[in-house]
Design a protein around this ligand. Structure first.
Ligand code: NA7
Length: 540
């Protein structure tokens, strides 16, 4: 059913989401002289950084890289205080960006987009919200984020729980005090790894319920020295340019040589050096780590040995040892993570063979035993990459639902547009480097690409943009071929949708930021090959 727009006028674009992507998209469209409105479910800017306020929440990409580069002035004037920015600091940064670039009047908070419906007659999108907004726009741009739809598995009995419970991705704004509380954390991905050491310091006892152990490398977070910051700022462009050529678009100091080019002693030395310097660049130690299982096993063994050397109780250490491919689930970056299991008030419960049967009034039951808890923290992750899109009733040409088109997994061209949904863009959607890259440069790349495409199209009298089905099919095949060359698809990760029961098992991100950017640059400079561009439908 068609509904009338609230004010009868047509705007150029609706943007869904006010995180890094939505804010910058608004800025770029305004610079083109276009009208745009941003709807955001949260009560402020920030996207995933608005919601994920759990103790210890911080980015695992260093702050000098996890930041916008579109404005040289912004880059120069903003001072990060730590090597890895905490959630509050990132939120402060995004609020500063919203103010500095005068974006606030384009943002509408506490408003969830419920439906986006394309009108074949007019070539316009009708966007509806839970606050009864009905807006008509030429373009609909999904800046909905990759990790924004929280995954709370349907544990039976949750409603009977007599204590308090929280999801890491919907954390109370005034914080939670676990002092004196018997607490359980379910989940040991990045969120669990970050919050467990801090909750352990407060709780009277902490039970960690672990289904799959993950590889955790130390962050070695520290204050960011002024000299270090100044050195980068002296030639920020060169720093950014260098990083954009890395596979993940971030400075992993990638060594493209093989694990087997060096002696076992040299390999150990290199791993140790990476372990001591900390963070995700551990993945850059050798070029074949994510391609050759034998190479990968050497990193696995190094980390398992580290766990055994840190964790005093051999039984607990063994339970913490992962055996899946290293980093094929997102590598976690922690602070005192393994050390926390040496505390007397922390117990690791291996639920790999004894899933949580039910939440009870007093706690939860697993393996036939009841654990009494005052608080439960669900660190159970996200319906990643597609979850936020699927929550919106998106209908394209001929009233086809995106849910139906993507029932067997997402399909699109360049991760940017999907056939049958004209003028609908996704920023860092599946089929693009997104979560396998430094998100902020990937977002900026997409925003600039989309803005340039829209400018080009409107300049040529085209108001109808859609990828050709053939181009889309080829791109989907290519994304899969590239993924299959790597070890990433080889374990149950959220990259594959494996963490959400019933979700189709498809590897969603594209591996290789520089290669991806090259393809997209060529498509643009070649006159947008693979896209259908036409004048707007005549309408009524
Ligand atoms: P993740 O990485 O998806 O981790 C979720 C954790 O929750 C993981 O250990 C899961 O075990 C566990 N989980 C999920 N469902 C269940 C059930 N039903 N029972 C027990 N345990 C469960 O999410 P995060 O929030 O930690 O991190 C997401 C990304 O945010 C991260 O990768 C960074 O990019 C930032 P599993 O491994 O599936 O066996």
């Amino acid at each position: 059913m068609q509904r009338k727009p609230d004010n009868g006028s047509i705007i150029d674009a609706v943007i869904v989401g006010a995180g890094f992507a939505g804010l910058y998209m608004l800025y770029r469209l305004r610079r083109l002289g276009l009208t745009a409105r941003v709807f955001e479910a949260g009560g402020g800017v920030g996207g995933t950084w608005y919601w994920n306020r759990y103790p210890g929440a911080r980015c695992d990409i260093v702050s000098m890289e996890y930041s916008y580069q579109f404005s040289a002035e912004l880059q120069q004037e903003w001072e990060w205080t730590e090597r890895y920015a905490s959630q509050p600091e990132i939120l402060e940064y995004l609020n500063h960006v919203a103010d500095r670039f005068g974006l606030r009047d384009g943002l509408q908070f506490n408003t969830r987009v419920t439906a986006a419906v394309y009108d074949d007659r007019t070539g316009l999108w009708n966007i509806h919200t839970d606050r009864d907004d009905h807006v008509t726009a030429r373009f609909c741009i999904m800046a909905t984020g990759c990790l924004s739809s929280a995954n709370l598995p349907p544990f039976p009995g949750l409603e009977s729980f007599g204590g308090t419970y929280y999801h890491t991705a919907a954390w109370p704004h005034d914080g939670v005090d676990f002092t004196g509380r018997r607490t359980g954390v379910i989940g040991t991905g990045s969120s669990g790894v970050q919050c467990i050491p801090l909750i352990a310091k407060q709780a009277s006892h902490l039970h960690v319920f672990q289904r799959t152990p993950t590889y955790v490398v130390p962050a070695h977070n520290r204050p960011l020295e002024a000299a270090e910051q100044e050195r980068i700022k002296a030639d920020y462009d060169a720093f950014r340019q260098h990083n954009s050529l890395e596979p993940g678009g971030a400075d992993f100091r990638t060594n493209y040589g093989s694990v087997f080019d060096v002696t076992p002693e040299e390999r150990e030395r290199i791993y140790e050096e990476r372990w001591q310097s900390g963070g995700l660049p551990f993945m850059g130690a050798f070029g074949d780590l994510m391609f050759d299982p034998a190479a990968n096993r050497t990193a696995q063994e190094f980390i398992r040995n580290k766990i055994r050397s840190i964790v005093k109780d051999p039984d607990t250490a063994e339970k913490l040892c992962p055996y899946q491919m290293f980093a094929c689930k997102r590598l976690c970056v922690g602070t005192n993570y393994y050390e926390t299991y040496n505390r007397d008030n922390v117990t690791l419960v291996d639920i790999s063979n004894a899933p949580i049967e039910t939440i009870t009034e007093k706690g939860l039951r697993s393996g036939g035993r009841e654990y009494e808890l005052d608080s439960i923290v669900f660190a159970t992750g996200f319906d990643a990459m597609t979850g936020a899109l699927m929550r919106i009733d998106i209908r394209g040409a001929d009233d086809v639902a995106l849910k139906d088109k993507w029932a067997a997994g997402p399909r699109n061209y360049l991760g940017l547009m999907t056939a049958g949904f004209p003028n609908l863009f996704t920023i860092t959607g599946p089929g693009s480097p997104s979560v396998l890259s430094n998100m902020v440069p990937s977002i900026e790349y997409h925003v600039e690409w989309i803005a340039t495409f829209i400018e080009y199209a409107l300049g040529h009298g085209y108001e109808y943009l859609e990828p050709a089905l053939e181009a889309e099919d080829k791109w989907v095949d290519h994304v899969n071929e590239v993924a299959d060359m790597t070890l990433f698809p080889q374990c149950n990760s959220w990259y594959l949708g494996a963490n959400v029961p019933g979700k189709p098992r498809v590897f969603m991100p594209y591996f290789g930021y520089p290669q991806y950017a090259e393809v997209c640059n060529n498509v643009a400079t070649g006159g947008y090959e693979g896209f259908i561009m036409q004048p707007a439908p005549a309408g009524e």
